[in-house]
Write a new protein. Structure first.
Ligand SMILES: CC(C)(COP(=O)(O)OP(=O)(O)OC[C@H]1O[C@@H](n2cnc3c(N)ncnc32)[C@H](O)[C@@H]1OP(=O)(O)O)[C@@H](O)C(=O)NCCC(=O)NCCS
Lengths: 332, 77
């Protein structure tokens, strides 16, 4: 088995910013409530004519540049998303066409906010076994399109964006362990009820608002705090490391209170965590790769650093990856 | 009883960052100790681990003072 690592990263955020002040005009909420309960100050919103593949393609292009490879070298493109352009074809196919990655196989992956972790875990198997050399993994979401903008319990939390990573063989560093998990008994806690084969779109489903995200916030909160600690600890153990070895934790960016609570339970200080939810909110599968890309470009994460990426979300799903940062090949 | 109170107190001091002296049986967790709904959920998680028990949302809703917590644990252990 050869060593696999991330050799390039990229991100793309839509231009439009929606602040807490803007939300005050839309629902009965306040900047103070949102900041104290979530840490979120603003989020990005895709325009009417922007879909998931538009954000994903741009993030992918930037990741290729950062990896110093061209699209025709890609063997596989995985797009992790819960807001694909269409039910089918896969968004990965649309991205492949736009990037002109003719040789690449393509599929989408559905693991909600854990999608990027599931994606890199999957991609790295192909590379470790020598089946493929370069895989582009993209987490991309247009959550604004499935949000009920009258529901203050959810509409303040989410945002749109895309983050990407190119995975390939590395000489030094790379992934040390993965830990993935699921618990379907909590599926109803966070879902998009209609539009699939259970409740196909009909006039009733539209009228009842069943094409919008629904969430049981409190249960999800408790699940998130517990699983973040457990998953990160399991992944560390598999890697033969302990918390003292962590240089940076890149957590899913759902709520600063979830992150803080988990950090305390893990015995890590806040400065060990890469945080961007104040600017982007929860971008589901895009949150971790965008945070990673920003920290790498800012020079915060450098070659040799030990990182723990940890995600959790609808499904329920969770996943962690431990890796030693190998540095990127191309230009940032 | 006394022992449960001491264990609850130390969790509250740790999670909410309040002074030990503030944590009396009569203290309201929200109003006197300044916890918001997410602090309370965090506290519930910690109590569940410490006392190896499940506290449902409905049960948590009924808890208002430190004394309520202590009594709840006593009668459900
Ligand atoms: C969403 C979340 C912040 C809500 O916090 P909470 O403390 O559980 O909120 P509650 O629903 O208990 O509501 C507390 C109070 O705030 C109010 N409230 C809820 N949303 C509000 C908002 N946007 N603005 C103002 N007030 C709000 C409620 O109506 C309630 O008021 P009341 O006490 O007068 O009844 C929290 O549950 C959470 O972060 N959950 C996890 C969600 C998540 O991360 N999901 C994605 C995972 S990938």
């Amino acid at each position: 088995m050869r060593s696999v690592g991330i050799i390039g990263t990229g991100a793309f955020l839509p231009e439009k910013v929606l602040t807490n002040k803007d939300l005050e005009k839309m629902v009965n909420t306040s900047d103070e409530w949102i900041v104290s309960r979530t840490g979120i100050r603003e989020r990005r919103i895709a325009s009417d004519d922007q879909a998931c593949s538009d954000l994903a393609t741009e993030a992918g292009r930037r990741a290729l540049e950062s990896a110093g490879i061209t699209a025709d070298q890609l063997d596989l493109i995985i797009v992790a998303t819960v807001t694909p352009d269409t039910m089918f074809p896969a968004t990965a196919c649309l991205v492949q066409e736009r990037l002109q990655a003719e040789k690449a196989a393509t599929f989408d992956l559905s693991a909600a906010c854990s999608g990027f972790i599931y994606g890199i875990a999957t991609a790295s198997q192909f590379i470790a076994t020598g089946i493929y050399r370069y895989v582009l993994v993209i987490g991309a979401e247009c959550l604004s399109k499935i949000i009920n903008w009258q529901d203050r319990n959810t509409c303040v939390l989410f945002g749109d964006g895309a983050g990407a990573a190119v995975l390939g063989p590395v000489e030094t560093g790379g992934f040390l362990s993965f830990e993935l998990g699921g618990d379907g008994s909590g599926g109803h806690l966070l879902q998009l009820p209609a539009g699939g084969s259970r409740l196909p779109a009909s006039q009733e489903t539209v009228e009842q608002g069943l094409h919008k995200l629904t969430m049981a916030g409190r249960e999800v909160f408790k699940f998130a705090v517990r699983v973040m600690q457990r998953s990160a600890e399991n992944a560390l153990e598999k890697a033969g490391l302990s918390k003292e070895d962590i240089d940076f934790l890149v957590p899913h960016q759902a709520n600063i209170r979830i992150i803080d609570s988990s950090l305390e339970r893990l015995g890590l200080s806040r400065d060990k965590a890469v945080i961007n939810l104040n600017r982007y909110g929860n971008m589901s599968s895009a949150s971790i790769p965008v945070a990673l890309d920003e920290a790498v470009r800012a020079g915060k994460i450098t070659a040799g650093d030990t990182l723990v990426l940890v995600g959790f979300g609808a499904g329920l799903t969770w996943g962690s990856a431990v890796l030693k940062w190998s540095g990127v090949n191309g230009k940032q | 009883m006394e022992e449960i109170f001491e264990r609850v107190k130390s969790i509250i001091v740790d999670r909410l960052g309040v002074e030990e002296g503030e944590v009396t049986m009569d203290a309201s967790i929200k109003d006197d100790l300044g916890a918001d709904s997410l602090d309370i959920m965090d506290l519930v998680l910690e109590l569940e681990t410490e006392f190896k028990m499940e506290i449902s949302d409905e049960q948590a809703e009924k808890i208002s003072t430190v004394g309520d917590v202590v009594n709840f644990i006593k009668s459900n252990q």
